[in-house]
Design a protein around this ligand. Structure first.
Ligand SMILES: *[C@@H]1O[C@H](CO)[C@@H](O)[C@H](O)[C@H]1NC(C)=O
Length: 148
């Protein structure tokens, strides 16, 4: 009985971890396949640095802001401007339900991030990218990744 229970708890723990976090190089590969290396002038390393500082590669991260809006997913996209979560007042510029920014294929998150980049300020839209990634040597973010 106890062993069964422990097994159950252990598998839940493993399952949630696998579902939430993507490995750095797997993310690099996926973003490359989606043609984001060089997109709007940003390198793959910029993208990986962005995902690291925003979500620590947690695909399902949701974070509440002081203004009552929420940030969603691997790029922590904000509900006030970009997606609709039916809680915060939203412009919903990406025309997407915020929960679709949390899928493991990252398609929603990638398409919305591309839209954000097209709005002039580029990755400067992300305060943490500006603070931790902009103008820094970033190539080590893709070190050791096999990218063809
Ligand atoms: C990922 O984010 C979700 C939602 O914010 C959280 O419940 C979960 O604990 C996080 N996972 C890790 C490994 O930080």
């Amino acid at each position: 009985m106890t062993a069964m229970l422990l097994f159950f708890i252990a598998s839940c723990f493993l399952a949630t971890h696998q579902a939430h976090v993507i490995y750095r190089c797997d993310l690099a590969k996926l973003l490359k396949e989606e043609d984001l290396d060089g997109y709007e002038g940003y390198s793959l390393s910029d993208w990986i640095c962005l995902a690291s500082v925003e979500s620590d590669f947690n695909i399902s991260k949701v974070n509440e802001n002081v203004d009552g809006s929420y940030d969603y997913g691997i790029f922590q996209i904000n509900s006030h401007h970009w997606c609709n979560d039916h809680i915060s007042h939203s412009e919903n510029i990406c025309h997407i339900d915020c929960k679709d920014l949390l899928t493991t294929d990252l398609i929603g998150a990638i398409n919305c991030a591309k839209k954000i980049l097209s709005k002039g300020e580029g990755m400067r839209n992300w305060a943490r990218w500006k603070l931790h990634c902009e103008g820094r040597p970033l190539s080590y973010w893709i070190t050791g990744c096999r990218l063809k």
